[in-house]
Design a protein around this ligand. Structure first.
Ligand SMILES: [Zn+2]
Length: 250
């Protein structure tokens, strides 16, 4: 009798126990899926054909000439990007409480009833000086996300990075080269170079943008109506664009 009990207790892991896929195997799967998409890609633009043929090997050749990227596969062929979603959704619950979401849900009223749709804002970047944002809208969340990510890739641009120099001498490209100001709507974002180890002293949603851009240390100030996350992120993007634009003027 006693033996039976021990036997039962000794087998805590039943057949139903499932082994979760490791992050490594998931990353590998995504890598393979991406390679497949690029392999089966039939470019529709001249720029796309040049990339597919291997005539263009560096994304700078496209960005320095201010050429418009119309196919997201161009970006996927040349750099390895990661993506994140910006929380633009309304907070649930009364009195502004609750968590902000990545999805903004809207309703279109028809004779048959309400047709919901979802929009989201994606940021993509390679964590090494290239970043872009894009908005996507669809009847369901996943297609909206995919659309936003594809658009963000088309909007990718280069961010010039540097060591802050005056109070740091690591010589690594960990911050922005000079103070920059970006505007969108009523929002203004000021980004200021910072020494290594400072981290990102910015609003939470801007952290996602700067991390994907490959900026690790920065101080910031923001002015205006910051609850409009879209304008806050756009202002940050407009500021980052100046890291290369201002150098062109020299
Ligand atoms: Zn440094």
């Amino acid at each position: 009798m006693k033996k039976d009990m021990e036997k039962k207790q000794g087998a805590p892991f039943g057949k139903g126990r499932r082994v979760a896929a490791s992050p490594e195997s998931r990353a590998k799967r995504e890598e393979e899926a991406k390679a497949e998409i690029i392999a089966s890609w039939e470019p529709k633009t001249k720029l796309g054909q040049e990339v597919k043929k291997g005539k263009i090997k560096n994304i700078d050749e496209i960005l320095n000439d201010n050429k418009k990227i119309l196919e997201f596969e161009i970006v996927d062929s040349l750099i390895d990007t990661k993506s994140d979603l910006i929380s633009i959704g309304q907070s649930k619950g009364k009195f502004g409480g609750g968590k902000r979401r990545a999805w903004r849900q809207t309703q279109r009223k028809t004779k048959e009833g309400n047709v919901p749709s979802f929009s989201t804002l994606a940021v993509v970047g390679n964590r090494q000086g290239y970043v872009g944002i894009g908005a996507g809208k669809a009847k369901e969340t996943l297609p909206a996300r995919d659309k936003a990510i594809r658009k963000a890739k088309l909007n990718i641009f280069k961010v010039k990075r540097n060591c802050s120099a005056f109070d740091c001498d690591c010589l690594k490209p960990h911050t922005i080269p000079f103070k920059i100001i970006g505007k969108s709507g009523s929002v203004r974002v000021v980004l200021i170079p910072a020494p290594q180890g400072t981290g990102l002293v910015v609003a939470k949603e801007l952290k996602k943008v700067l991390e994907l851009a490959g900026v690790q240390d920065v101080y910031s100030k923001t002015f205006g109506k910051q609850r409009t996350t879209f304008n806050l992120v756009k202002a940050c993007i407009n500021a980052l664009k100046q890291t290369t634009q201002r150098e062109d003027m020299k």
